[in-house]
Design a protein around this ligand. Structure first.
Ligand code: ZN
Length: 202
């Protein structure tokens, strides 16, 4: 009579020991959970990336136009810029003094290629209008100098010239004083991809 209960007690003690061993390993889990606290540290660091993201919002405005060629030299409310046989202007931005009433842009074609092969002009529009004005200019054709006639989106434009030629245009500064940003570009088919820049009033 006493043997069986004692065997049960041993079996029970073994079972408890086994159970306690099994239960003790889950209770050792808090150690791995403690290692999760370092994982939370990167979460608290998110404010830093957010700050850089905020500074990057300024980047598109500056990188919208390539300004690597520099700013045109302005003298007496006028500037002279150049277009080359390499399909390039020599400047990527024009800054018009706000003290000027009118502004004159002279374009000098420094190359030798004919207007039919390497024609250049200067067309001024809002940056948002540039693509459509350029497309309509190409559609208007060479006879129109690749500028659609009486296009209200065109603020000013020169004639289309070939190598060795010079052309110029004057326009009221008030036309680009607000509502920009504004750009200048060459409307000869395909040239605006490279021949473009910003024009602003300061
Ligand atoms: Zn051109």
């Amino acid at each position: 009579m006493n043997i069986k209960p004692s065997l049960l007690a041993v079996a029970c003690a073994l079972a408890l020991a086994a159970c306690s061993d099994n239960s003790s390993s889950p209770t050792s889990a808090p150690a791995p959970s403690a290692t999760t606290t370092p994982a939370e540290a990167p979460v608290t660091m998110t404010p830093a990336p957010a700050a850089t993201a905020g500074s990057m919002t300024n980047a598109p405005a500056g990188s919208a136009m390539d300004t690597s060629k520099g700013t045109a030299v302005v003298t007496d409310c006028a500037t002279e810029i150049e277009g080359s046989d390499a399909m390039q202007y020599n400047v990527s931005s024009i800054v018009v003094p706000s003290s000027c009433k009118d502004f004159k842009i002279t374009l000098k074609h420094t190359g030798t290629m004919p207007v039919t092969a390497m024609g250049h002009d200067v067309v001024i529009t809002k940056q948002s209008d540039m693509q459509a004005v350029d497309a309509d200019g190409v559609a208007a054709g060479a006879a129109s100098g690749y500028v659609k006639a009486d296009d209200p989106r065109v603020i000013a434009h020169t004639s289309l010239i070939g190598g060795g030629e010079t052309t110029s245009v004057s326009f009221p500064v008030s036309k680009i004083q607000s509502g920009g940003p504004y750009v200048f570009f060459c409307s000869f088919p395909g040239h605006a991809a490279l021949m473009k820049g910003t024009i602003s009033v300061q």
